[in-house]
Design a protein around this ligand. Sequence first.
Ligand code: NAD
Length: 304
Amino acid sequence: MSAPPLCEGRVVIITGAGRGLGRAHALAYAAEGARLVVNDLGVGLDGTPAADSPARQVAEEIRAAGGEAVAHGGDIATTEGAASLVRVALETYGRLDTLVNNAGFLRDRMLVNLGEDDWDAVMRVHLKGHFLPLRQAAAHWRAEARAGRVPDARVVNTSSGAGLLGSVGQGNYSAAKAGIVALTLVAAAETARYGVQVNAIAPAARTRMTERAFADTMAAPAEGFDVMDPGNVSPLVVWLGSAASAGVTGRVFETEGGRITVMEGWRPGPSVDKGARWTPAEAGETARGLLARADTPGTVYGAR
Ligand SMILES: NC(=O)c1ccc[n+]([C@@H]2O[C@H](COP(=O)([O-])OP(=O)(O)OC[C@H]3O[C@@H](n4cnc5c(N)ncnc54)[C@H](O)[C@@H]3O)[C@@H](O)[C@H]2O)c1
């Protein structure tokens, strides 16, 4: 007998699911029996408004395959967009089990050329675009828990290697994606009591975001395993969003092709306490001694 679908009956919201990784996640959740709210505002690669939201096509694709999906075309970085997103899930299906925060875009520039607008737009869509749907969903789950219906809820956030190690030419994006890791840690700690688990992924895959900038590494092979197919990232996202991931929260996973890596994050390394104030020269000498005993950080992407 085959195993029952991992997400049978669960209601899952995915932001930015009209294309790329979000679309792959939506199809993978639907294949595991989930009922979807497919969000996408439908913007250009740099966030400029586009005529139509591709969310509808993905929802139709899921329904055509016998699944359940509705489209939501709102902006998840606004309070109203985030509120209506959760409302659509509750009005359509009567419940919400999983939120996958995924939407975003890039405005890459070296720091000295990075305009204030490019900073604000990228921080807004990624960091605020994670916070607002998370707050909305968590408020619903807290109300459920208080009403005696403790949920088995999941949030999967989307960070990036850029946020974990840094990435040359992506100061705004790296800062936003690092912020998403910190938000994940806090949300996991704060919402555990309401039956919510919050984790993050740092994916890599061929989408419009990467297919030109990293054309060589992203290209599909003529035959064999297509490592950079975005669908390779989705199985872990489905598991993290399912009841099967019980007990896993506040963690960050890198996922690319067939590889899954758990990030070990910031932990205290070598340390000295003098029990009194250092002079600057002593502090420097001590810092150098500690660095000699500490692990070396990973290399910043794109650094020479
Ligand atoms: N592709 C990669 O290798 C890679 C690597 C690291 C992180 N990521 C992250 O994965 C996520 C998905 O990226 P992708 O590569 O699939 O890109 P993508 O451009 O294919 O998809 C992102 C989608 O988000 C939507 N979107 C943008 N702003 C929105 C808003 N305000 N409200 C609703 N929808 C909005 C866009 O219309 C688009 O369809 C992003 O958060 C990205 O930063 C991707």
